[in-house]
Design a protein. Structure first.
Length: 307
């Protein structure tokens, strides 16, 4: 039995694992190696690593964890986590190999799955000309003629945030995002144009994005875009009654404790959802400290008291 199983090796999971092994906790770090930001060429805002590839950041973090004797890192797809007599049973498979281990505590750091508006060429430009995080990538797009493709109710607030980086922004609702007169007035006051017609696709070539093509054939020249995905939490493999919010995100306290003793969650899988890499890493460190303190205090006793 290990002290802690950490599921997911993004910045939150890696940070949690690193701080736990430095607390002399035995850690099993399990990861499917399917990061949400795999298409992104550069990550930004991470102190000492500004501009590094997200994949390189994960590689560096994994190497730092693996140097500790207390760490075991395994590539696997976790398909079941369930309580057992001594804590938790964690099961996963990868290319015919099976993982079946016991852990006193489990940290969920699996992130989210993104779903984008149905534009055929969006994925081709995502990570280069098209981004979803304005805090992460707004600087590189500052001053450009930009599009914002959004089909959700938070369209106005998000558009105004993007407008802080450019004075040439067109918001495309694709005929889906709800806009009232108040919202239109707020955008107009900020100099943001709104187009509520249906979209066909993004235009461009190997040199980059060149425009947005509407269903009626009109092409609006644009050199970049931000898109508002919808996010989904995939936790069907978790055999425990986790408390979740209306969007499916795992509700935690400020230290990452879930509603179930012995289960913790960090990073994008918790409210408010997607956040900058450095913020997720900070949450991982905070939760690692909480896990260690709980294990020192006797997690088994706490579980008995709750049951």
């Amino acid at each position: 039995m290990v002290d802690v199983a950490v599921i997911g090796a993004g910045p939150a999971g890696l940070s949690a694992a690193l701080n736990l092994v430095r607390a002399k906790r035995t850690v099993l770090l399990l990861d499917a190696n399917r990061p949400r930001n795999a298409a992104t060429l550069r990550s930004h805002g991470y102190l000492t690593r500004d501009g590094v590839s997200p994949l390189e950041l994960r590689k560096l973090g994994r190497a730092e964890v693996e140097q500790y004797a207390e760490a075991t890192v395994v590539q696997t797809v976790v398909d079941r986590v369930a309580p057992d007599a001594d804590g938790w049973r964690v099961h996963g498979t990868w290319r015919g190999a099976e993982v079946d281990e016991a852990a006193r505590a489990v940290v969920i750091a699996t992130g989210l799955r993104e779903e984008f508006p149905a534009l055929p060429s969006l994925r081709a430009f995502y990570g280069t000309a098209v981004h979803s995080c304005v805090e992460c990538d707004g600087y590189e797009k500052a001053g450009e003629p930009l599009a914002f493709v959004c089909e959700t109710a938070d369209v106005v607030d998000r558009a105004l945030l993007i407008a802080a980086w450019t004075d040439d922004l067109v918001v495309y609702t694709n005929g889906v995002a709800p806009l009232d007169d108040t919202g239109r007035a707020r955008l107009a006051a900020a100099g943001v144009r709104v187009d509520e017609r249906a979209l066909a696709d993004l235009e461009g070539d190997r040199t980059g994005m060149t425009g947005v093509r509407l269903a009626d054939g009109h092409v609006e020249p644009r050199t970049g875009a931000f898109v508002r995905p919808t996010w989904h939490v995939d936790l069907d493999w978790m055999d425990a009654p986790l408390e979740r919010d209306s969007e499916g995100l795992v509700i935690v306290d400020r230290c990452g404790r879930t509603s179930v003793p012995g289960l913790y969650a960090v990073g994008d899988v918790t409210p408010p959802g997607p956040e900058q890499l450095i913020v997720a890493a900070g949450h991982g460190a905070t939760t690692a400290a909480a896990v260690h303190r709980d294990l020192v205090g006797g997690l088994a006793d706490l579980r008995d008291a709750v049951q």
